[in-house]
Design a protein around this ligand. Structure first.
Ligand code: PMP
Length: 375
């Protein structure tokens, strides 16, 4: 039978307790949300939703074509200018997702004969970028600049190191300044995915690369998603103008993909302008993360000290992590649940996201529910 092997895989997954199912969320969910990536609480901000609606009315429901044909509107150009200006880089290029931005940056910057040095904890989209690239990938120990240095010394020719700035599973930060220094000594480029740092780290949320003093560097490329701190959808690559020009000409997920929908561009622009006007949102997200961590550890949970807005709490087993998250949900709290095979180290966790708009009462309630439902 066609696709017969799918049923075998499904049976294995069921036996291992690793089946995933979709749970559509109602518009008026009563749950306290510590599961979404809406770090700054902007997804439902009236200026953001109005930005989306206005853009759709003016530019249409879709971009109508790829960016090099009809899919580049003046609105896309405006967002690219404002993102570049905000982050202190020469240029920016918007993609239909952060995933597509990562595929673009890695594949276009790692030609045949090049070396890619990739952190073992990198996000799936960077890993897939490595798989698609013509260069050879060497995976190195997590957050280890010395391992990157060693890998780079094995290779002559173009090389690039790729890393998340804030790792999505544990919320820990990469040693960016050290990585950049190591890359520089070998003449290698550095591509960093700031999906979880942008809007949270750096002055007014300008991101992890900005915080590490790397904004505007000619050997550093930053990728972003517009779907977390900016509460919209889409992705971007930021860096030197010559790198961005290269992506326009060489990145397949830019050239062959329909441009980002105008509504998403409008929402991201509105959110970016809000962030400029209200820079305290970034600091508040960090404070909420710190409070969550402090209260959880005081209550005896094993939680990783957060470097940004992700707070990771260890669970004893995949089954118990799933049950813990379900019990939280039944008690009115939405939390994320990470377990194998999504986590490379096999450790299951609850994943909490600190949002800038969480109140003290909500933080307390979340910690209380997590404690009461502990397996
Ligand atoms: N990089 C990281 C670190 C992420 O967590 C995500 C989102 N899960 C992405 C990239 C992909 O971004 P997007 O959802 O915009 O495709």
């Amino acid at each position: 039978m066609a696709f017969g092997w799918i049923d075998e895989q499904a049976a294995l997954r069921r036996r291992a307790g690793l089946v995933r199912t979709l749970r559509p969320r109602p518009a008026d969910s009563p749950l306290l949300d510590l599961a979404s990536n809406d770090y700054l609480g902007l997804a439902h901000h009236p200026e953001v939703t109005e930005g989306a609606a206005r853009a759709a009315r003016e530019w249409g429901g879709g971009a109508t074509g790829s960016r090099l044909v009809t899919g580049s509107t003046e609105l896309h150009a405006e967002l690219e200018r404002e993102l570049a200006d905000f982050c202190g880089v020469e240029a920016a290029l918007v993609f239909s997702s952060g995933y597509a931005a990562n595929l673009a940056a890695v594949t276009a910057l790692a030609p045949h004969g090049s070396l890619i040095v990739s952190d073992a904890g990198n996000h799936a989209s960077l890993i897939d970028g490595c798989r698609l690239a013509r260069g050879t990938t060497q995976v190195v120990a997590h957050a280890d600049p010395e391992a990157v240095r060693k890998a780079l010394t094995t290779h002559d020719g173009p090389a690039v190191a790729v890393s998340d700035t804030v790792f999505s599973v544990d919320g820990d930060a990469a040693p960016l300044a050290e990585l950049a220094a190591v890359c520089r000594t070998r003449g290698a480029g550095l591509v960093v995915d700031d999906a979880h740092g942008f809007g949270v780290l750096g002055a007014g949320g300008r991101g992890a690369a900005h915080a590490a003093g790397l904004a505007g560097a000619d050997d550093v490329v930053v990728t972003l998603t517009l779907s977390k701190s900016l509460g919209s959808q889409g992705g971007a690559v930021l860096g030197p103008a010559r790198v961005i020009d290269h992506l326009v000409n060489a990145a397949r997920t830019f050239i062959f993909d329909t441009g980002l929908a105008p509504a998403a561009v409008g929402a991201a622009l509105a959110a970016l302008r809000l962030l400029r006007r209200e820079p305290e949102r970034a600091a508040r997200a960090r404070t909420v993360a710190g409070e969550l961590h402090a209260r959880l550890t005081a209550a005896g949970h094993e939680a990783v000290r957060p470097d940004a807005a992700v707070v990771s709490v260890r669970a004893p087993s995949p089954e118990q992590a799933v049950r813990w998250a379900a019990d939280c949900r039944a008690a009115g709290l939405a939390v994320g649940c990470f377990r194998p095979p999504s986590v490379p180290d096999g450790v299951s966790r609850l994943r909490l996201t600190a949002r800038a708009d969480l109140t003290e009462g909500q933080i307390e309630r979340a910690v209380q529910v997590i404690g009461e439902t502990r397996p």
